[in-house]
Design a protein around this ligand. Structure first.
Ligand code: GCO
Ligand code: MG
Length: 409
């Protein structure tokens, strides 16, 4: 089964997506997600100029060898652009193998270990009444675990808070990327944030009780000692996890955090290889792995990371914002229902326009995401609908402190 065509598809049904479509000589088609939010065209160039020419005529069944060829063979290893490109090829080859076998992909990954993947949704609000409405809305949608992000008195727009809680379409999801020629600028104040957040969790626990699993994302903004303080102050509210407390480059920072708090920690949405996790796993500094298939080098690579994590009782907590396409989400779910150490799956529902371009078998039932029983990943890309949604430049926002200096966003 030889690869005869490799197409890099770019479309923007509500937001930008990069998709790789591979076709074999016997007509089997596989899809892979290569979306890198705000830097999409860098991956398009890497794929089109340096990867696609190497794929034509290759045996589609040799997934592991292709992974090693693209990773070791480039000499220049790691990095989000390279690893998103490798991920797309790897995912498309797994899709092809499962379609050729006539099975849903999870069967090839060892079969089901669970009925579905527990998903958490994003509740947010500029103030407590808006936040409570958003939590109620998510409970009504069937979510059994909820991320809590709130506005901060004195600050304008902050990460994770929907710009208008109910946008008329009944969506509370925060979509950070903006279609514009340059990034939107936000103003950040860590002390105001640290003063405000514990009261938000106290209020949410008071309103919704002790049972509901609650999560929170600090989005890489704190120093180790600030992160330790936050983790400690949130202990009475029993978080499922506290995410990305410190900038991701310095994994040793989490030693300081861990010394001070028993709040569970999650990190890794901006990591891209198993090496990024080595120290965190071996020293048991985290509890959940945030890497998605799309940015960790594909199903082959994420499975390896999660097997390694399992040795240390660390579980998956796969990244699932809207910039992971329905192809990337389906890939995470096929892996998620198969592995022994599944933890939770982030689920930020895609827009109707996105779902028309990517027709997916993924379903959300009773708080669980299920990948579907069709062959392969179970996602079809509709070229005709996609043609109506051309690429539009978009950027993630940036943060500045009140004196104008740059901070982590
Ligand atoms: C999350 C993430 C996202 C990212 C976004 C960047 O936890 O879902 O932090 O909101 O900021 O995916 O592309
Ligand atoms: Mg995050």
């Amino acid at each position: 089964m030889l690869i005869t065509s490799a197409e890099v598809l770019v479309s923007s049904p509500g937001r930008n997506f990069v998709t790789l479509r591979l076709t074999t000589d016997d007509g089997v088609v596989g899809l892979g997600d290569a979306t890198l939010n705000g830097r999409e065209l860098a991956v398009v160039a890497y794929l089109a100029e340096h990867v696609v020419p190497l794929l034509i005529g290759k045996d589609a069944h040799r997934i592991e060898d292709m992974w090693q060829f693209l990773y070791r063979g480039a000499y220049w290893r790691r990095g989000p652009v390279t690893m998103a490109s490798i991920a797309a090829v790897d995912t498309a080859l797994w899709d092809i193998k499962a379609r050729a076998a006539g099975m849903p992909l999870y069967q090839l990954l060892g079969g089901r270990s669970r009925t579905g993947a527990l998903a958490y949704g994003h509740a947010s609000g500029a103030d407590l009444p808006e936040l409570f409405d958003s939590v109620r809305d998510h409970l009504e949608q069937g979510f059994r675990a909820i991320r809590i992000q709130s506005g901060i008195p004195g600050l304008g727009t902050v990460y994770g808070v929907a710009s208008s809680a109910a946008d008329g379409a009944g969506r509370y999801d925060h979509e950070p990327a903006r279609r514009s020629a340059a990034p939107v600028e936000e103003v950040w104040d860590t002390r105001a944030y640290l003063r405000h957040v514990p009261g938000v969790f106290e209020a949410v626990r008071g309103e919704f009780g002790a049972e509901l699993p609650l999560l929170h994302d600090a989005h890489h903004r704190l120093t180790p000692i600030q992160a330790a303080k936050l983790g400690k102050s949130l202990e009475p509210f029993d978080l499922f996890w506290l995410e990305d407390v410190t900038p991701a480059e310095n994994t040793a920072a989490l030693r300081r955090v861990r010394e001070h708090t028993t709040t569970p920690l999650a990190i890794g949405e901006v990591f891209n290889t198993i090496w990024d996790y080595r120290e965190l796993f071996e020293e048991q500094l985290i509890d959940y792995v945030r890497s998605p298939v799309t940015h960790a080098g594909g199903i082959t690579a994420l499975r390896r990371i999660l097997d390694y994590a399992g040795v240390y009782q660390i579980k998956s907590g796969v990244h699932g914002p809207t910039d992971i396409s329905p192809v990337g989400l389906a890939a995470s779910l096929h892996l998620g229902v198969a592995i022994p150490n599944f933890g939770i799956q982030e689920y930020m529902t895609h827009s109707a326009a996105t779902d028309e371009v990517f027709r997916s078998q993924v379903r959300f039932e009773g708080g669980l995401l299920v990948p579907g029983e069709g062959p392969g990943l179970g996602v079809v890309y509709d070229d005709d609908v996609a043609a109506g949604h051309p690429y539009t430049a978009a950027y993630l926002p940036i943060n500045r402190l009140s004196d104008g200096s740059m901070h982590d966003w």
